[in-house]
Design a protein. Structure first.
Length: 289
């Protein structure tokens, strides 16, 4: 059975007459890494908030359809219980740091303290997630004296230490440089390999193409495409909806328009695929000369 089951979800925020999500249906399996793409206002954040329980329990509004996570109906749960099942990581890690602790170690342990986890178990779990996210060497640093990528990994560790079954991330690399983005994506990929179910809203399609198992494209609150990264990220409709495409896809598509990319060859979505494709074309032209 799927860990996440969404059927005909339509949601409208209070005081709005335009649904933020319209007829969304999707299933996510255990350990699957699903990326949500779409322009601003497409409904990506709203879908993240729904999975995390903030819709409808915090934002209220009108929710129609069915949303189940690990078999539980989102309407029937208490938000204070749900946060232990579904962890949410926000865009800006600065907003997720409590401000109540002086070191990274204490910051990560803060949530465990609040739910009364025994000290030895707390120490074990904190050390495990620091190792997993690659921040063991930051244990005694102030959370506010870190780079953006380091802060985002601390925010991620603070959620992971609670051992949620599902991890939801709302554009976690939006303020990070390429190095910080890669750090976060590598951690998330490792988590998926360990069985954590991942749903991430993200704009950086090159990273999505490299790391995600499946991509779901949203526009105006509706799902317009769903499938493997190689299928969705080369969909010719994406630019029409204001959804960015990989630079490698864009270059290959232009080459195809000029008759330089064989129509039978799939458009690339990663640097590796583009390199292989253009190398093959160069060899073919060399043989013709």
């Amino acid at each position: 059975m799927a860990v996440i089951e969404i059927h005909h979800l339509t949601y409208t925020y209070p005081a709005s007459d335009h649904p933020a999500l319209r007829g969304v249906s999707l299933d996510v399996e255990a350990g699957e890494f699903v990326a949500l793409i779409g322009p601003n206002g497409a409904g990506k954040s709203t879908l993240c908030y729904t999975l995390a329980g903030f819709v409808p329990h915090f934002f209220k509004g009108d929710l129609q359809g069915e949303v189940r996570v690990t078999g539980q109906d989102i309407r029937q749960v208490r938000l204070e219980d749900w946060v232990l099942k579904v962890g949410l990581v926000f865009q800006n890690p600065f907003n997720q740091i409590s401000g109540a602790k002086f070191t990274v170690y204490e910051e990560i342990a803060f949530g465990l303290e609040n739910i009364g986890v025994p000290r030895e178990e707390m120490r074990r779990r904190v050390e495990e997630v620091m190792a997993l996210t690659g921040i063991t060497d930051l244990a005694n640093r102030s959370p506010y004296a870190l780079s953006g990528g380091q802060q985002q990994r601390v925010a991620l560790a603070s959620i992971l230490v609670m051992q949620p079954e599902v991890l939801v991330l709302d554009e976690p690399t939006s303020q990070l440089d390429p190095i910080g983005s890669r750090e976060v994506f590598q951690v998330i990929r490792r988590l998926a390999h360990q069985g954590v179910t991942i749903v991430m809203a993200e704009h950086k399609v090159e990273w999505i193409a490299e790391y995600a198992d499946r991509v779901i494209a949203l526009a105006d609150g509706e799902v317009i495409a769903s499938g493997k990264p190689t299928e969705v990220l080369t969909d010719p409709r994406l630019p029409e909806y204001g959804i960015g495409i990989s630079r490698y896809t864009a270059v290959a598509r232009r080459a195809a328009e000029e008759g330089l990319w064989p129509p039978q060859r799939r458009l690339p979505v990663t640097l590796e695929e583009a390199a292989v494709g253009f190398s093959a074309l160069e060899e073919a032209h060399a043989h013709q000369r």
